[in-house]
Ligand binder design. Structure first.
Ligand SMILES: [Zn+2]
Length: 417
């Protein structure tokens, strides 16, 4: 559907999002990896594009994905400046809120002008029916004052039953306190979510406070270079714009703090069934934390270290003068898995005993497997069987022990959508 909307978008005068004059503030273009005849699609059109005052949207249906027109179909041609957005770009599900707003501004800006808006959180009056609000993704209700109604693929398919059965119970408006509370995707973690579900949560802290969000326990979504099944965090001061979308198997390890007293969490599954996510949330006085610090250079008297902390030097690193500095040294992180082959920091392996057969194994789709109750990852032939002891790729089961001679790689499932 989004592909059609993308093409109609062109017909209505929309350019590719990465062609906007301000694009290089949000993405970098890797020209060396672009098929030469497509380079013009990645150029910024300073004179030809009028943004109509609408902010850059990394979740626009007009935005190219990470590997668009890549020479080897693997190398990234579009790299988001904030790495948390890398799997957000390239979505082709539907027009984003700002895509629709751009078209409405261009063609219908004089509609509803005389009416006083009642729409909250950046919603606006629908030009074709001024009594209705067009709400940012994740919001709904008469005035965009609450979460969007959930959807469940099962009930949509069974139209007769949909009259008899309640909607999927997920999503809501949550008023936060200093105590942690939790939110999780439908049927987390077992049997997990199904295809074509959507749930949204509107999280509200008391005035003057912010929303703190941490992912906990298992995390697993269909792994694609642009997330099609995902959890999205909207934690900036612009709730109309698309947030960070997370998928695949690596749980985001940062503790997020929203910029304002309000945040939105959206869960969406289009294609698969999987474990999903769980977060803990609370209100906080902490400073906003909406991104991870970009790679910086640190030097020591013995070595220059690019981009990561090197544990082998006893001399404390001296940070080169930049706005972002490393925090103090922490403890070694725990082994990432209890069996099946895990990693500790960037280096070294741990817990190399193959995982016993797990009775939940066969329930997981998208080729995920469970190792001792934890998600064992990646699409790999070595985890295709549920009735044998398992190792998690890149580890291989050799006589009950997991061995690896290569670094962990992200083997993504390539989908042409
Ligand atoms: Zn196009």
């Amino acid at each position: 559907m989004g592909v059609i909307e993308h093409e109609i978008g062109h017909a209505l005068g929309l350019w590719h999002e990465q062609s906007r004059p301000d694009a290089l503030g949000y993405v970098t273009i890797e020209r060396d990896f672009i098929l030469p005849s497509y380079i013009s699609d990645f150029l910024q059109r300073d004179d030809e594009i009028d943004t109509l005052g609408i902010p850059y949207d990394l979740g626009s249906v007009m935005h190219y994905g990470s590997t668009a027109f890549s020479v080897d179909q693997k190398s990234k041609t579009v790299v988001t400046r904030d790495s948390l957005y890398q799997q957000t770009i390239g979505q082709r599900e539907k027009l984003s809120f700002y895509d629709v707003a751009t078209i409405n501004t261009a063609y219908c800006k004089d509609e509803c002008k005389t009416e006083k808006t009642k729409c909250e959180y950046g919603g606006y009056m629908r030009p074709s029916k001024c009594s209705e609000c067009l709400c940012p993704d994740g919001l709904g209700g008469e005035r965009c004052e609450k979460n969007e109604e959930p959807r469940s693929g099962f009930f949509v398919v069974c139209s007769l039953y949909s009259l008899l059965l309640p909607e999927a119970e997920c999503g809501g408006v949550i008023s936060l306190t200093d105590e942690w509370t939790t939110v999780e995707s439908p049927n987390y973690p077992d049997p997990g979510y199904e295809a074509d579900q959507k749930c949204s949560w509107l999280l509200k802290s008391p005035k003057g406070k912010r929303v703190e969000i941490e992912f906990i326990e298992d995390f697993s979504f269909l792994c694609t270079s642009t997330c099609v099944d995902f959890v999205e965090l909207k934690i900036s001061d612009d709730l109309r714009n698309t947030g960070f979308r997370f998928c695949c198997y690596d749980k985001p390890e940062i503790s997020f703090v929203s910029q304002t007293d309000t945040a939105i969490v959206i869960f969406r599954s289009q294609l698969s069934a999987d474990i999903g996510f769980k977060i803990q949330i609370r209100s906080t006085d902490a400073e906003a934390r909406t991104t991870i610090a970009p790679t910086i250079i640190t030097t020591t008297s013995e070595s220059t270290v690019l981009g990561y902390r090197n544990p082998y030097f006893s001399v404390a690193p001296i940070t080169v003068d930049t706005p972002n500095v490393w925090a103090d040294w922490g403890e070694w992180s725990q082994c990432s898995r209890t069996c099946g082959g895990g990693r500790r920091q960037e280096f070294g392996t741990c817990n190399l005993k193959a995982c016993p057969v797990d009775k939940h194994c066969a329930k997981l789709l998208s080729n995920n497997r469970l190792c001792n109750g934890k998600v064992c990852t990646k699409n790999d032939i070595s985890i295709s069987s549920c009735d044998a002891p398992q190792c998690c790729p890149p580890f291989q089961n050799v006589d009950g022990m997991c061995q690896s001679d290569q670094d962990a790689q992200h083997d993504e499932l390539w989908l042409s959508i």
